[in-house]
Write a protein that binds this ligand. Structure first.
Ligand SMILES: Cc1cc2nc3c(=O)[nH]c(=O)nc-3n(C[C@H](O)[C@H](O)[C@H](O)COP(=O)(O)OP(=O)(O)OC[C@H]3O[C@@H](n4cnc5c(N)ncnc54)[C@H](O)[C@@H]3O)c2cc1C
Length: 379
């Protein structure tokens, strides 16, 4: 057994830690206020070869492993949750399904621009009536003269405004009375495709969350991703990988909240002593440190299992569930340790708390994770 990172993973950690501290953290407060998408940061990440990190080198990727992807996501999220979710969705929702299920041609055409950073990656699953119950998909794709004609709506889709194409799920027919759901790659410039970016969110304000409207959007049948009717199975596999990304985001945001709380507790004096000398505050910080350590270990274990080609579905759900819930708790306690100052934006911890909440909702809510785990343990 060995808990050490490899030399390559250590190097990625060091590089990303410095990048996050120097390039990402300084503007995070301002971007949260102005809702400005972190385009400049992503240009730099593209130059550094990070945008396609875990994908094969032949498509412009870095050929790195899932543990490295988790490290990058964690470090970016520690500095800025919005930057973290943008990266996590770009890789695990945008690039991964094309890498896993795409043909050689599709990979050349659609994965390469994701790896180079020319396009952001995005994935359209959720609809107004199909959230946790993704089987409720109503978007339809009718086949006619060698084309799919797609009609429907998607909601809450990350990165779509900055994507040149994205995979989305649509009903392509019916088998034995059951909806046949398929995944189709759709260029975002297609006629009849509208991307609306006007949600007012609780947090992750500088990430891009959009509504998609498809009215008679035509794409060639070659844009089918994988086999017809396998869209449901494909997105379950895609979400397994995505959950490692959300877990890594949670570890990063929790670490940021803990770091701020520890520094503040040492500096702030009440009753003639620093807060960190009070046992009540020490116990809060001890619990925070312990939970972050466990969450990180769970995330890396799920990533490692994936890298070994071993089943990792249960561990991905467990790490996502645990890390997102402790992230919320840690952010809450960080605000508490800051007292009234924690309620003020300039102390950052309230942003961590707002950003953290999404992690209990996106890529399967906490309730859905418990359902997945229950199924995995044979309930
Ligand atoms: C900022 C943001 C970014 C997102 N990015 C993307 C994206 O890029 N692509 C994408 O496809 N989607 C995305 N989503 C959508 C996200 O995955 C969904 O919001 C999530 O899956 C929950 O679906 P819902 O919002 O419809 O809630 P619902 O499914 O309506 O759930 C509401 C509540 O009911 C609970 N619930 C539902 N069913 C059950 C049940 N059987 N048993 C117990 N409790 C249940 C849920 O856990 C939840 O607490 C994003 C969402 C947000 C907010």
């Amino acid at each position: 057994m060995n808990f050490d990172l490899t030399a390559e993973q250590e190097m990625i950690r060091k590089t990303m830690k410095e990048f996050a501290d120097e390039e990402v953290a300084p503007g995070a407060y301002e971007r949260d206020k102005t809702k400005q998408f972190p385009s400049e940061i992503f240009k730099k990440l593209a130059d550094m070869g990070i945008m396609g990190l875990p994908f094969p080198e032949q498509y412009g990727g870095g050929g790195a492993d899932t543990v490295s992807f988790a490290i990058v996501t964690e470090e970016l999220s520690r500095a800025c949750g919005s930057t973290g979710i943008t990266y996590s969705a770009h890789i695990s929702l945008g690039g991964a399904p094309i890498n896993l299920f795409g043909t050689e041609d599709q990979k050349q055409k659609y994965l390469t621009p994701i790896c180079t950073g020319e396009s952001f990656g995005a994935f359209g699953l959720t609809e107004p009536n199909a959230g946790s119950d993704a089987g409720g998909t109503r978007t339809s794709a009718r086949e006619e003269n060698g084309e799919f004609i797609i009609n429907g709506n998607k909601c809450f889709i990350t990165n779509a405004s900055f994507a040149k194409h994205l995979a989305l799920t649509a009903v392509t027919g019916e088998t034995n009375g059951e909806k046949e759901i398929s995944a189709i790659i759709v260029p975002t410039e297609s006629k009849g495709f509208t991307i609306v970016d006007n949600y007012e969110k609780m947090g992750l304000n500088s990430s891009n969350t959009t509504e998609l409207v498809l009215e008679d959007v035509k794409v060639p049948v070659e844009n089918l991703l994988g086999k017809k009717g396998e869209g449901f199975k494909q997105f379950l596999i895609t979400l397994d990988g995505g959950r490692i990304g959300i877990g890594a985001m949670a570890v990063g945001i929790a670490q940021a909240a803990y770091d701020k709380a520890l520094a503040y507790a040492k500096e702030r004096k009440q009753f003639g002593k620093s807060l960190s000398s009070f046992q009540a505050i020490q116990f809060k910080l001890a619990d925070m440190a312990m939970k972050i350590e466990l969450a990180r270990t769970m995330v890396y274990k799920a990533a490692w299992l994936k890298d070994q080609g071993r089943p990792f579905s249960k561990q991905a759900s467990m790490c996502k569930l645990y890390a997102s819930e402790i992230c919320m708790e840690v952010a809450d306690q960080a605000v508490q340790i800051h007292g009234g100052y924690g309620y003020m934006k300039e102390y950052h911890v309230e942003r961590f708390m707002r950003d953290a909440k999404l992690l209990e909702i996106g890529e399967g809510t906490s309730e859905v994770q418990r359902m997945v785990i229950a199924r995995q343990i044979g309930c």
